[in-house]
Design a protein. Structure first.
Length: 365
């Protein structure tokens, strides 16, 4: 099974995840999903890990960590999306080992072609006056030059010697050229077979892009949705997130106070939601009553929760009808009967609620 087949199978498993509703009358503080075929998931995981162990061993630990989180958190889509993301990064930026293995296969095919053409030329020995001998020499030499140029550096001593002929003249002149470069030719072929002194097939650009991409997979991008009537709770939240970002280096957050004059605010909000893998909802009656939040922010956030595994973290800032809202299926950081407004005179208790939110985000890193 190759990397593209593993990615496709992973996407099929991800799309098959079914939300399991809670039993009637029971308030569940977390989301539960289940694959249509659990056995298929475990087979896919095993194949993926074996593939990574063979070609991308440095990614095995992160892939295994996400699989453990996926199974522990009731098959939450976010984690299998991260697993697939690792496979996609591997496919986009091949590891040195993968490139080498592909290179060996390609190189062996090219060597066979050159050796065959050399045999065709040597079959013309004694027929130097015949046009076929001249043609066979040029076919062989041209193919060998293409091969050696691909795999050896321009300053390589054997490669330089192999090129040190005019390559023009009758069949007898070309036979003399062949004898002159034959020793260098044999050395180059032997080095190709033994993998000695060849060009690296992995560029530093690809390595850098791969590192940036895999780092991005573990970064937490947060979108904060709130009603402006409760701006003070947003400001308190931002202080806690600022501390988390300062010491983790892997957290970014966005809320609409970052908009500046001249910004296309709808486009900015859409872009922030699309980028986010965590959404913090500061829930209140004003939040639930807001037409803009209900029509423009919540729908794409909820879609991403299903399609991309975006983690939704409701923080209830004031008494409201949270239990009957569409976001009640997501576990809230605090209980509806213990809102931030209820704790307004107890700053320590309020900070403990925020710290519980921070702890949840830290668990995603």
């Amino acid at each position: 099974m190759n990397i593209n087949e593993l990615i496709a199978q992973g996407r099929n498993i991800e799309s098959s995840l079914q939300y399991v509703p809670s039993v009637e009358g029971v308030i569940r503080m977390y989301s539960v999903y289940r694959p249509t075929d659990v056995d298929e998931y475990y087979r896919w995981k095993e194949f993926s890990i074996r593939y990574l162990q063979l070609y991308y061993p440095t990614d095995v630990e992160r892939f295994s960590k996400y699989s453990e989180e996926f199974e522990k958190h009731h098959y939450l889509p976010k984690f299998i999306s991260n697993m697939i993301g690792i496979l996609e990064a591997c496919e986009a930026f091949p590891s040195e080992r993968m490139t080498q293995l592909k290179g060996v296969e390609e190189r062996n095919s090219e060597i066979s072609k050159v050796l065959y053409l050399e045999q065709q030329y040597r079959a013309q020995t004694g027929k130097e006056s015949v046009y076929l001998s001249i043609s066979a020499f040029h076919d062989w030499h041209a193919a060998a030059c293409v091969l050696f140029d691909k795999w050896f550096y321009p300053t390589d001593e054997d490669w330089v010697k192999f090129q040190d002929i005019d390559g023009v003249g009758n069949g007898y002149v070309l036979k003399h050229d062949y004898d002159k470069i034959y020793s260098s030719y044999q050395k180059l072929i032997a080095r190709l077979k033994d993998d000695r002194g060849l060009k690296s097939m992995v560029t530093q650009q690809n390595v850098t892009r791969y590192v940036k991409l895999t780092d991005a997979l573990s970064k937490v991008n947060i979108f904060i949705s709130y009603a402006h009537e409760y701006l003070k709770w947003l400001e308190r939240l931002k202080k806690h997130l600022k501390v988390l970002a300062k010491y983790s280096g892997s957290v970014e957050y966005w809320e609409d106070t970052k908009l500046r004059g001249g910004d296309k605010w709808r486009d900015e909000i859409t872009a922030a939601i699309n980028k986010a893998n965590v959404a913090i909802l500061l829930v209140s009656t004003d939040f639930l009553a807001s037409d803009f939040i209900a029509n423009d922010e919540l729908p794409p956030i909820l879609r991403k929760a299903v399609s991309d595994g975006t983690r939704i973290l409701p923080l209830i800032v004031a008494p409201c009808s949270f239990e009957v809202s569409e976001i009640s299926e997501f576990q809230a950081i605090n209980s509806p009967d213990r809102t931030l407004a209820d704790l307004d005179n107890n700053e320590a208790a309020i900070d403990r609620v925020y710290l519980e939110l921070v702890k949840t985000i830290q668990g995603l890193l």
